[in-house]
Design a protein around this ligand. Structure first.
Ligand code: PLP
Length: 401
């Protein structure tokens, strides 16, 4: 992948040749995230979007504390989706005013932690309003809240749809006026709205359209708000290319629509900040998963490389994390980047299950035991989105370089 340079036929990560990095880490498999690439992604995104637009990092894409700390210094806010993520954000020193907490099943304890920390709670049900009212009273602190709207439209061509139609996320747009009324009656500190319609979209036009529609819906529901609007979080869902034929997202149409929306919002809601929240797009392309070839074998004419890493660390690359048809992530033999692609090979992990396939009939340079296999586009939804306890292998190591 072009974001990682190659020197003398060897991949370079964070300025370190791959074999040296393996020696530094002391084992395979591991995930490595490149700081410079993380920083560059934020800079490029900011250059393409209006200055006044706020950029949040959705931590569930990659909650490694060192990476979160790196991102915290570069974005305007952090979106967490559990008490555990909230703890990491607070521990790395993100200011509570810059943290928001979303999720369809927040426990009473998590709501209490959120109010006691002073972070913004993204309210997703009527139940949360009554619990927050009781918690606010008990702690003597009014809960800061924004309402997550389940919109009456869907994000076209999103990998995962998270809004529109029957959804567990947020409150249906038609019921939001009632929810706003109950927030006002409970005396909670209302701050604004949140809409997140879907994830992993590579069509800029569809994203731009969803941003526009989300903003329009907010302007309609704003009439029922119990106080001034201080925050309009329009979500994101920006995708990254994983599979052959996929292209990087074109930010131009998104920048154009956001410039208009920022302009409109500054007139309609002078106190409001416009926010987008991105996970995968910010971190996905900066990371790779490195493992070592253990064995090379042929079965009934098909060549297999067995590596020491597998689906227990990288569920997404095995095709078992929200993929309908299994496709190959970009894979390379990291120490033979310039070698001729000589053979079609199926790369499997060490687990006793036919699901543990990392690459299927991929044409690569000849790989031998000891060689390093690298899976690109692995910075998001990797370690923490995988069944690490499956088959009792050690948990994966993660480094930021
Ligand atoms: C998962 C999630 C995100 C991040 O999605 P990406 O596709 O990784 O950008 C943002 N906001 C909410 C509410 C989410 O649930």
């Amino acid at each position: 992948m072009k974001q990682f340079p190659v020197h003398n036929g060897e991949l370079v990560v964070g300025g370190i040749p791959l074999k040296q990095l393996v020696a530094r880490v002391g084992c395979t498999p591991f995930y490595a995230y490149d700081r410079a690439l993380l920083s560059r992604r934020v800079e490029e995104l900011r250059a393409a979007l209006p200055t006044r637009l706020k950029l949040h990092y959705a931590m569930k894409a990659n909650p490694m504390p060192a990476l979160v700390a790196h991102m915290a210094a570069r974005v305007d806010g952090m979106d967490v989706a559990s008490g555990g993520e909230l703890k990491i954000a607070l521990d790395v020193g993100v200011a509570p005013k810059d943290i928001s907490f979303a999720g369809p099943g927040k426990t009473e304890t998590e709501l209490q932690q959120a109010v006691a920390s002073g972070v913004l709670v993204i309210v997703e049900s009527f139940r949360e309003v009554s619990l927050l009212a009781a918690i606010s009273k008990m702690l003597g602190l009014p809960a800061r809240v924004a309402v997550r709207i389940n919109p009456d439209f869907e994000l076209k061509s999103a990998g995962m749809k998270m809004g529109g139609g029957p959804k567990p996320f947020g409150v249906d747009a038609a019921r939001v006026p009632d929810l706003l009324k109950s927030i006002g009656e409970a005396g909670l500190a209302f701050e604004g709205f949140h809409i997140f319609v879907g994830s992993q979209n590579l069509r800029a036009g569809a994203i731009a359209e969803a941003l526009r529609k989300s903003y329009t819906l907010v302007t309609e529901l704003a009439a029922y708000a119990p106080g001034p609007i201080k925050l309009i979080n329009l979500g994101g869902g920006f995708g990254i290319p994983y599979f052959p034929g996929e292209q990087s997202l074109d930010l131009t149409p998104i920048g154009t629509v956001m410039t208009t929306l920022v302009e409109e919002a500054s007139k309609a809601f002078p106190q409001a900040e416009l926010v987008i929240e991105l996970g995968r797009y910010l971190v996905g392309e900066s990371g790779l998963y490195v493992s070592r070839v253990l064995d090379r074998k042929v079965s009934n004419g098909e060549l297999f490389l067995v590596i020491d890493g597998g689906m227990h660390h990288h569920l997404a690359a095995s095709g078992n994390f929200g993929q309908v048809l299994r496709k190959n992530f970009p894979v390379a033999i990291g120490s033979r980047m310039h070698a001729i692609k000589a053979e079609a090979v199926t790369i499997v992990g060490p687990l006793c299950t036919p699901l543990d396939i990392l690459a299927e009939r991929m044409v690569l340079p000849r790989g031998e035991p000891g060689d390093l296999v690298v899976i690109f586009q692995s910075g998001a939804y990797g370690a923490t989105a995988s069944p690490q306890a499956f088959l009792g292998h050690p948990p994966v190591v993660e480094v930021l370089v």
